[in-house]
Ligand binder design. Structure first.
Ligand code: GLN
Length: 526
């Protein structure tokens, strides 16, 4: 696919630039990683931003421009949408492996999602459902294939992949963070279709900055990338025996299976943890605490965007001579974001805060990821190099379980059947912190292992299988979370959270016991 830049002919400056462009590094990683970082960032901005708006819009009264749905119905649609976006990656991965290659699939996916957001912004009934369908299909083309491309930048540098995927994951969460914060805010304060439209505009920016960045990728992501003729990524130079390929695929299956337990518990964030935040947590602020919250919130808003802008600056400094148009579009999109952020912050600093909104806790996860991912990335490339994949998975699961342990402890003073309470916010903050640390041990690392263990010709399909676990987990999370009221009436709320402490911890211990077998089946992949 042509990308609008000068066509390179052998020996021309454009070709030399293209080759040099691939070699250009930002923070010791190929600069292409950061193009993928920002593309994924805008995609996740639109995904999470639109998700944050979806329920608010559906339950808002007709007079307020919403559809006046019951909360339960809105949550069911939310659950299905949140799950189905993880079902289609299997098809998108297969299409890329067999027909289009990753790069074209990412472009098609981003285009479908841009149209999907545009369709939602029209706000009629048919366009709304069409929009959701386009988003689900678009994500299927986009998500497995952009994930696949990250690892392909690291030919012969297997040891750096965990670190690379952790940086990529920071991009994911920078998008989630900004999307949740800004789309919901714009939707509620200015108008629903502006919120939906905002998600669409930034998806389009993401698409353009990716489309015009081909010089940093060469043949990476193309269907006929010569490297895809090599069977696996272990650099032995020999075709591995079918048994080795089979066993490695089996390890991906085991990792994906255990990941179901992780996301099932983790995704309580959007359900039972939000109920806990809204009805059982003391969120009223008085005196100095109101001021402390206003300023904490200010920092929480500004720090991540400053960090990401710094990354943007480094990327532009290194790559402007190769991909000026892509850089300019990215810089322009950031300019708009900064304007919206400044407007939001100004409004908030001048308002009197007397209550922490229940939805505020939802951004803690993304905030902690952005703050901690650089440390984890360094650790995985340095002294954490020798920790095996299964151990990282086990740790991730156990840390997640411990987060729920804090909630169970915090909820222990709530009598069975109570419909409100006022326990300290600290338990939710600690839970989100532990969940995030667990997530950094499991989720980006999981993507990295899918890349390292898959035969290249099946790479995107295997990412599709990996995301299938999120599909199952989202459904399970919705159903298990919906019993919070009946369970805590009969037993206790603390018991409910203890269940989510036990499930991941047991899964983590089993993973730890399986470690020797899994390491053997990985056949030298670390
Ligand atoms: N939070 C990550 C993302 O949005 C992982 C989601 C998942 O795999 N369930 O990409």
């Amino acid at each position: 696919m042509s990308n609008g830049d000068a066509v390179a002919t052998p020996g021309s400056d454009a070709l030399n630039n293209s080759v040099a462009g691939i070699r250009e590094e930002v923070m010791n990683h190929p600069s292409g990683l950061f193009v993928l970082f920002f593309t994924e960032m805008w995609e996740r901005f639109s995904y999470y931003g639109m998700r944050a708006l979806l329920v608010l819009f559906l339950v808002a009264g007709i007079a307020d421009g919403g559809w006046g749905w019951e909360r339960a119905d809105a949550l069911i649609l939310f659950g299905w949408y949140g799950s189905l976006v993880y079902l289609t990656p299997l098809i998108g991965g297969m299409i890329a492996d067999k027909f289009t290659g990753c790069r074209n699939a990412v472009v098609i996916g981003a285009l479908l999602m841009t149209l999907g957001h545009g369709s939602l912004a029209l706000e009629s009934e048919w366009s709304f459902y069409l929009g959701l369908l386009l988003l689900i299909l678009g994500n299927g083309m986009f998500k497995p294939n952009i994930s696949s491309m990250v690892g392909d930048l690291y030919k012969g540098q297997e040891g750096k992949k965990d670190s690379a995927y952790t940086i990529f994951y920071m991009g994911i969460n920078a998008g989630a963070f900004l999307g949740i914060m800004l789309c919901g805010y714009v939707g509620e304060t200015v108008g629903w279709h502006y919120g939906f439209g905002l998600a669409g505009i930034f998806m389009f920016f993401g698409l353009l900055q990716f489309y015009f960045s081909k010089k940093l990728f060469g043949s990476i992501g193309e269907k006929d990338d010569p490297d895809h003729l090599v069977e696996t990524a272990d650099e032995t130079g020999h075709e591995p025996e079918p048994k080795v390929v089979r066993e490695r695929l089996f390890v991906i299956g085991v990792f994906a299976f255990f990941t179901i337990f992780f996301w099932m518990a983790f995704e309580q964030a959007a359900g039972s943890m939000t109920i806990f935040a809204s009805d059982y947590t003391q969120r009223t602020l008085t005196g100095t605490w109101a001021t402390v919250f206003t300023w904490t919130n200010f920092l929480l808003t500004i720090v991540p965007i400053v960090i990401v802008t710094a990354v943007l600056y480094l990327l532009i400094r290194r790559t402007f001579k190769y991909i000026p148009l892509s850089n300019a579009l990215l810089a322009f999109s950031f300019l708009i974001i900064w304007c919206i952020v400044i407007w939001k912050v100004q409004n908030e600093l001048s308002a009197d805060t007397t209550e922490v909104p229940a939805s505020w806790f939802g951004i803690l996860n993304s905030f902690f990821i952005i703050a901690l991912a650089p440390l984890f990335s360094k650790f995985w490339a340095g002294s954490g190099k020798n920790i095996s994949g299964p151990t990282k998975f086990a740790l991730g699961l156990i840390l997640l379980g411990s987060g729920f342990g804090f909630l169970a402890y915090g909820a222990s003073s709530i009598p069975a059947g109570a419909s409100t309470a006022a326990v300290s916010m600290i338990w939710l903050v600690l839970a989100y912190f532990m969940h995030t640390v667990g997530e950094l041990c499991l989720s980006p690392v999981g993507l990295s292992y899918v890349n390292k263990l898959s035969p290249k010709r099946l790479m995107s399909t295997m990412f599709g299988i990996w995301f299938l676990s999120s599909f199952v987990a989202h459904l399970l999370a919705g159903y298990s979370g919906s019993v919070i009221d009946s369970f805590s009436a009969e037993y206790s709320m603390s018991g409910f959270f203890l269940l989510f402490t036990a499930i991941p911890v047991v899964a983590g211990v089993v993973m730890f016991l399986l470690k020797p077998t899994l390491v053997r089946w990985m056949h030298g992949v670390h």
